[in-house]
Design a protein around this ligand. Structure first.
Ligand SMILES: Nc1nc2c(c(=O)[nH]1)N[C@H]1C(S)=C(S)[C@@H](COP(=O)(O)O)O[C@H]1N2
Ligand SMILES: [Mo]
Length: 324
């Protein structure tokens, strides 16, 4: 993989329109793959989708899970053919076309390490963990800091249930979540200037909020690789980069974890990263967003529309950089 003169995080969206992305795919992918990609944009919604089937983890019998109707949307769900073909997953490249590369992600077996300030550190197999957890489906919005957005049906369980299983000690204040580190499985991790492994974190209060969700599935099936199989975070009131993919380590700490994006560009991507249309990114406005699969731009909402559930978390923290 070559190093571009302009790094990808210097642009809100490298390809401004879906059309440009599809053109890009056709140029990038030759032969049989190119043919498959070319068939995508106009194809039927649920046939021959990118990455289909690669997320199978031995838990397929758990899907579809019961939908929790408490989580409603103000917009239609984004069709899978759009959301599954426009992803950020730097382990598999810095453009939005990560699906072919993410086939290299091996999700079985998958072990999650739970450590740090807990009663007793442990490791647990992904399948064992999922079978202990109360799976449900939730419709969530997702707002990337680059100003594209989607609405997807995640299946998973509250992060609070994992915290309860981990039993953090009284000293723990934060939960740090990390992606695997394996250059062989993720060519993007050979790019030395990134602070791998991808790391994110929340305060324990945020982690205990009802909206904080660990997703194991999407569209009624186990997670496709490009969505961060087998286990990814979904914190819909924050910019998308907080929702770390392919988690294999969860650590409870007293210190605020240093995140991947802080390590890369702290002036632009902070720890809190709550969505706020009134606070622009240093290089672009956050006032509106482009909805994947449409050519619409819609106004962005404070906390991405979830203020009622989360605004209380930030009382007394007004001096923090809550919105960047
Ligand atoms: N490990 C890992 N997690 C990640 C990323 C990444 O590059 N690597 N990108 C983040 C960003 S910027 C966004 S917007 C979302 C994208 O999720 P999606 O591809 O499922 O839409 O994943 C987040 N989690
Ligand atoms: Mo993002």
């Amino acid at each position: 993989m070559h190093i571009r003169s302009k790094r990808s995080w210097e642009l809100p969206e490298r390809a401004a329109t879906p059309e440009a992305v599809f053109l890009d795919r056709r140029t990038l992918l030759g032969g049989a793959l190119g043919l498959a990609a070319a068939a995508l944009p106009g194809g039927p919604a649920f046939a021959a989708l990118p990455g289909e089937g690669t997320g199978a983890t031995g838990t397929a019998d758990l899907y579809p899970a019961r939908r929790n109707e408490a989580y409603t949307l103000d917009r239609p769900l984004t069709e899978q053919r759009y959301s599954a073909d426009y992803n950020n997953f730097y382990e598999y490249g810095t453009n939005k076309t990560v699906t072919p590369g993410s086939n290299a992600l091996k999700v079985q077996p998958w072990t999650i390490k739970v450590d740090g300030l807990v009663e007793k550190p442990f490791e647990i197999g992904f399948e064992d963990l999922v079978r202990k957890m109360p799976l449900e489906e939730r419709l969530y919005r997702h707002r990337c800091v680059e100003a594209w957005a989607m609405a997807v049906p995640w299946t998973g369980f509250p992060l609070a249930a994992l915290v309860a299983l981990a039993k953090p000690t009284g000293d723990a204040k934060y939960v740090r979540m990390q992606t695997f580190l394996d250059k062989g499985m993720a060519p993007g991790q050979r790019q030395f200037f990134y602070p791998w492994p991808y790391t994110e974190g929340l305060t324990l209060a945020e982690a205990g909020n009802e909206l904080a969700f660990l997703a194991t599935g999407v569209y009624g099936k186990p997670l496709l690789n490009q969505f961060g199989a087998p286990l990814r975070l979904a914190v819909p009131w924050k910019y998308g980069f907080k929702s770390v993919k392919s988690i294999n380590r969860i650590t409870f700490t007293a210190e605020r974890p240093k995140t991947f994006w802080e390590g890369l560009q702290a002036s632009e991507y902070g720890f809190w990263a709550n969505v706020n249309p009134a606070v622009p990114h240093p290089r672009w406005s956050q006032a509106s967003e482009r909805v994947l699969g449409t050519d619409q731009r819609v106004p962005t909402l404070l906390y991405n529309g979830y203020a009622e559930q989360v605004a209380g978390l930030y009382k007394g923290l007004e001096k923090e950089r809550l919105f960047a």
